[in-house]
Design a protein around this ligand. Structure first.
Ligand SMILES: C[S@@+](CC[C@H](N)C(=O)[O-])C[C@H]1O[C@@H](n2cnc3c(N)ncnc32)[C@H](O)[C@@H]1O
Length: 301
């Protein structure tokens, strides 16, 4: 474990049960966001059921049946890449890293996974034991809100995140991206898949409206939305563009005209209608559910 990368961790965190917790963990535990994701984490995708299985049983089950698969940009992630240090923001129970390690043979010497949810980090450790992803890496799991990254400047070669930033308040996303820019090595790479909810997507517009009409039914886990240009400015203003040669922001390929539920009620035919959409290039930025961002060159063309 490199002292220079870890000095912020050593100073302000203490490790027990394989996880680094802030020394003032009570303060974090009092935060609404932490309580929400501890609660969601304890039942997230029903993966808690894996903890009822012994390691011997878990090892006999195909990991994707338990952890789920990943899609989007990850399908374009190249095989057999090695990075000295990978940082994953909002790693949850490890779904993205398990899949990248197993399916793409991604490897690293140091893995840093940060997440606010203690139950999810504990589950990640349970999956690590069963599936031994990133087999040659030292694992550094950090239970904290990710707008503070306890890593040294210029210390991460690859920073990844999957479906996390839309769950964090806008101001904190701005702070988080400044931290990403600080921690990313010059010339380093990043991939944020399905990370920014598209403000112009009709599905979100209708959902925003329904939240106003039925505030008591509002789903409070989605906390910000942007246009494609706003995402570009966010990354630019954070200084991420200065760390990598070129960055790309693009619509993902999940298009949503109608949300599948509104005000807690299922919207009939929404799924079928959304799946049948074949937008032109110009329409994609309006209909995409979210935006992805990555440094040019890190993915296959
Ligand atoms: C939709 S889940 C995605 C988890 C994982 N990336 C995956 O794809 O399976 C969102 C994740 O963000 C984490 N999260 C929410 N707010 C956070 C914050 N402020 N700092 C760090 N993690 C946070 C949650 O605990 C959860 O693991």
């Amino acid at each position: 474990m490199s002292i220079s990368i870890n000095s912020r961790l050593q100073e302000n965190f203490q490790q027990y049960d394989g996880i680094f917790f802030p020394k003032d963990y009570e303060l974090l535990s009092a935060a609404e966001q932490k309580q929400l994701w501890d609660k969601i984490g304890s039942i997230y995708y029903q993966t808690q059921k894996a903890e009822e299985l012994s390691q011997d049983v878990l090892k006999t089950i195909d990991y994707q049946q338990i952890t789920g698969k990943i899609g989007g940009l990850w399908n374009r992630f190249p095989h057999d890449r090695h990075f000295e240090t990978i940082l994953e923001i909002g790693c949850g129970y490890g779904r993205t890293s398990i899949n990248l390690s197993k399916e793409k043979n991604l490897s690293c010497a140091q893995y840093y996974g940060i997440d606010i949810s203690e139950p999810l980090l504990r589950r990640l450790l349970y999956f690590k034991q069963a599936y031994n992803f990133y087999p040659s890496a030292t694992f550094n799991l950090i239970c904290n809100s990710a707008e503070t990254l306890p890593l040294a400047d210029n210390s991460a070669d690859l920073i990844i995140s999957n479906a996390v930033l839309m769950h964090i308040e806008q101001e904190k996303v701005e702070a988080l991206l400044l931290e990403v820019a600080r921690v990313l090595k010059p010339g380093g790479a990043f991939v944020f898949n399905n990370s920014f909810h598209n403000r112009n997507c009709p599905g979100h517009i209708l959902r925003n409206l329904s939240r106003k009409v039925f505030p008591f039914r509002a789903n409070s886990i989605y906390l910000n939305q942007q246009t494609l240009e706003e995402v570009e400015s966010l990354l630019e203003n954070a200084g991420i563009a200065k760390k990598c040669s070129k960055l790309v922001v693009e619509p993902n390929s999940h298009y949503v005209l109608l949300p599948e539920e509104l005000g807690g009620f299922k919207v009939p035919l929404a799924n079928g209608i959304n799946r049948s959409l074949k937008p032109s290039t110009a329409q994609k930025a309006a209909l995409a559910y979210s935006f992805n961002a990555y440094s040019a060159g890190v993915l296959d063309a």
